[in-house]
Design a protein around this ligand. Structure first.
Ligand SMILES: [Zn+2]
Length: 287
């Protein structure tokens, strides 16, 4: 009887010590507090796509080669690039210099990055800088031999070669330390509203093949960034969830993933078509 009571007291003491230790660690580490808060938000946040019947839409069939002449913006925003989906050998990224900064990245992401960095400045008073953006295949190969395959992809499998990925930092806080800064926490909580996602989230290595990188943001455009962020999905899971040939609605946008030489494009004020790098196209139309 006494023995059992003693054992119970010891277990309760160990549990209490663990709780106190966790509380002390969380009190001292703002980055860990932020991670716990983010994981808890998985329980409440969601952004569901609803399927739309094809016959309820006003569709226009357009050949791939005529998309731009027929009023569509063709960009590379929703390409999926990883070891299973490497870039084609003849791929050429639409790279432009960002505002005379010396940083070069995909032109479809320029406006959104400008809005995101302005919001970081307005909300936190901190500056958002780019550590690394577009890389050539040769530069990617150099990084792979330097860092190894846990943190770097082989040439052809890195989305840095699309110019859609940006490694960002703020004064004094880079890499994992980025999460200790107000700018890092703002970017990780809100980049979805500005067209970007945290491409390699925590606990998703089995899907992305890359460890958690809170500094690596990836442009996908609205409303995709918002859906992926609120659903706490990876880009792989999101693109796979779009069934070929179907139409979806989300917050005033129609989204469709299609294959073939001609695409069915809904009417709208802005029509964006991006290749998905899996043999298909993703259509995003603002109603
Ligand atoms: Zn990166």
């Amino acid at each position: 009887m006494f023995k059992r009571k003693k054992l119970f007291c010891r277990a309760a003491l160990i549990l209490l010590l663990l709780v106190v230790a966790a509380a002390v660690v969380l009190a001292l580490r703002s980055d860990l507090r932020f991670i716990v808060k983010q994981q808890l938000s998985r329980l409440t946040e969601s952004a569901k796509l609803s399927e739309v019947r094809e016959d309820s839409l006003d569709l226009e069939s357009i050949d791939i080669s005529d998309l731009e002449q027929r009023g569509c913006i063709v960009n590379q925003s929703l390409m999926i690039v990883n070891t299973d989906n490497p870039l084609p050998g003849n791929f050429s990224a639409e790279i432009y210099e960002y505002k005379d900064s010396g940083a070069e990245f995909n032109r479809c992401a320029h406006k959104s990055f400008e809005s995101l960095s302005q919001a970081v400045k307005d909300e936190t008073g901190e500056n958002l800088y780019i550590m690394s953006s577009y890389r050539t295949a040769e530069e990617q190969d150099d990084i792979l031999s330097e860092k190894g395959s846990d943190t770097a992809m082989a040439a052809g499998s890195s989305e840095h070669q699309t110019g859609l990925a940006l490694d960002v930092y703020t004064d004094g806080y880079a890499g994992m330390g980025f999460l200790k800064s107000a700018a890092g926490q703002f970017v990780n909580s809100n980049c979805g509203e500005y067209g970007f996602i945290i491409r390699y989230p925590l606990f998703e290595k089995s899907v992305t093949q890359i460890d958690y990188e809170p500094w690596h943001i990836r442009y996908v455009g609205l409303p995709h960034s918002e859906i992926i962020s609120l659903e706490h999905e990876t880009l792989e899971e999101y693109i796979e969830s779009l069934e070929i040939g179907k139409f979806y609605e989300y917050d005033g946008y129609i989204i469709s993933r299609q294959q073939g030489e001609s695409l069915k494009i809904p009417q709208g004020s802005e029509k964006i078509v991006s290749m998905d790098n899996c043999g298909g196209w993703i259509i995003t139309v603002k109603e």
